[in-house]
Design a protein around this ligand. Structure first.
Ligand SMILES: NC(=O)c1ccc[n+]([C@@H]2O[C@H](COP(=O)([O-])OP(=O)(O)OC[C@H]3O[C@@H](n4cnc5c(N)ncnc54)[C@H](O)[C@@H]3O)[C@@H](O)[C@H]2O)c1
Length: 334
């Protein structure tokens, strides 16, 4: 199948593109390179442009009239920046998605996958969520995801579009073949900071050690980005059969491992993989932080026949390998 990937030069979109190619499908990339990398689109049909740019979409569909699904991975994703620049985030993530979808419907697109986030879930008491759990995003970034989901659901009611929202938990790792990985020089999430602490021989700050979790630290559901990518490939292969349940035109699927890993457990797993262990420093919670959650849902297995196959240690190993090797792909980052 031929699949348009908006944001296909970014971390997750480019990994999905590699996985599609490895599975015999053909990605077409649209990306404005605001955070994405041209190198990640090399050797793939690539259109540099904005998702809201009608002319570039006209060109793409003129060149590729056989596109049979669209994956929307294009977004701005930095939570603190979304607090600083809410108008920019709502414009880029919400308003432009509306323009994009409107143009796509005009092109006859009916299959649309949206990169959503588990960050929209309301924190629950037992740290586990499924697709029916309440949503109450805590940041402007999270709310852009929540609002886009609502918007897309409304659009499916009276248009030929059917939408699958995939709520990612906490992606780690890199393409195991090292074609792509995180392109951000200093990632702000736990693994990025852990790698930085390891490289600089510093202690890692565990922010929040008084949560009601088993060891007091926050809890995440770390899913390998290659597993995420494989879920997207499965999703386009079985797309027409996933619309079961209360809504025949809109579906939500959690993509996580189903296992919660606390930050302290994650550091322990990291220290098992590396040669010199990173020390920890206990620090207070940061504003807006939550205890976190893991998925208890079996919907991805039931509807996609998908389960995460990689362990947290695999994700840590592949992330470290990528950080060590990424200068070969991205010469400015070494
Ligand atoms: N990384 C995570 O932890 C995470 C977790 C949950 C959900 N997601 C979602 O997954 C998707 C991909 O995230 P990522 O981690 O790969 O981020 P990323 O920044 O690496 O990728 C986003 C890509 O979209 C492109 N882009 C942004 N705005 C655009 C626009 N208006 N027009 C065209 N291209 C545009 C960027 O250049 C970039 O290549 C996002 O929608 C994000 O919200 C990510």
């Amino acid at each position: 199948m031929k699949v348009l990937i908006a944001g296909g030069a970014g971390f997750i979109g480019s990994t999905i593109a590699s996985c599609l190619i490895d599975s015999g499908h053909q990605p077409v990339i649209l990306d404005n390179l605001v955070t994405g990398r041209r190198e990640f689109a090399e050797g793939r049909p690539f259109y540099e442009g904005d998702i809201a740019d009608r002319a570039v979409l006209d060109q793409i569909f003129a060149d590729h009239p056989d596109i049979s699904a669209v994956m929307h991975c294009a977004a701005l994703i930095v939570v603190p920046e979304s607090v600083e620049r809410p108008i920019h985030y709502y414009r880029e993530n919400v308003a432009k998605t509306l323009e994009f979808v409107d143009h796509l419907i005009g092109k006859g697109v009916t299959r649309f996958l949206f990169s959503s986030s588990a960050a929209i879930y309301e924190p629950g008491d037992d740290f586990s969520v499924d697709e029916n759990s309440g949503v109450a995003a805590l940041s402007p970034y999270g709310r852009t995801k929540q609002f886009v989901e609502q918007m897309l659901r409304d659009i499916t009611v009276s248009t030929p579009l059917r939408v699958l929202s995939l709520r990612y938990f906490n992606p780690i790792g890199a393409d195991p073949k090292m074609r792509t990985g995180l392109q951000v020089p200093a990632p702000s999430h736990a693994l990025g900071k852990l790698v930085e602490a390891y490289r600089n021989g510093e202690a890692f700050g565990v922010t929040g050690v008084d949560y009601p979790t088993r060891d007091g630290s926050g809890l995440r559901d770390y899913v390998h980005v290659w597993d995420l990518a494989a879920a997207h490939v499965r999703a386009i292969e079985v797309y027409d059969s996933v619309f079961v349940g209360e809504d025949p035109r809109y579906q939500v699927i959690n993509l996580g491992t189903g296992t919660g890993t606390t930050v302290l457990e994650f550091v322990a797993a990291f220290n098992e993989v590396v040669d010199k262990p990173v020390a920890i420093e206990r620090a207070p919670r940061r504003p807006g932080d939550t205890a976190g959650a893991y998925t208890r849902s079996t919907r991805a297995a039931e509807l996609l026949g998908w389960r995460a196959e990689h362990t947290v240690a695999d994700g840590i190993r592949d992330s470290l390998a990528w950080f060590a090797e990424r200068g070969k792909v991205l010469p400015d980052l070494h």
